[in-house]
Ligand binder design. Sequence first.
Ligand SMILES: [Zn+2]
Length: 127
Amino acid sequence: MSEPQLVCPGCQRAHPREARFCESCGMPLVERGAELPEPSAARLHARKIKPQYAEGQAVKVAQAANLAQAEFLAGLLLEEGIPSLLSSPIGGHGALAGPRDILVPESGAEAAREALSPPPPSGGAAA
Ligand SMILES: [Zn+2]
């Protein structure tokens, strides 16, 4: 039954949970064992998303064969700053193996289709 304590990163002195700064050296206190707070994946995603791609109704831009592929494609879209939604046409929980529609906001649909289309063959005439 040990209450989590705060420990000073400077002098290792333990403080009660409600303390905010070290009594000895004034350092901000962190929870024992806690590393620097890592930004959650969701926050990282939010940071990447371009607002201009996040407007309008959700439209379907692709279909993936399964959730893993859908998440992979969603990751590709995110690289372009396009937020995406995955939906299962079957619906309900537990349908992990079913195909997934990939939906993006209308304003990002064109960029999404571009991002998901296979890259043009290299070595083509660029000019
Ligand atoms: Zn201290």
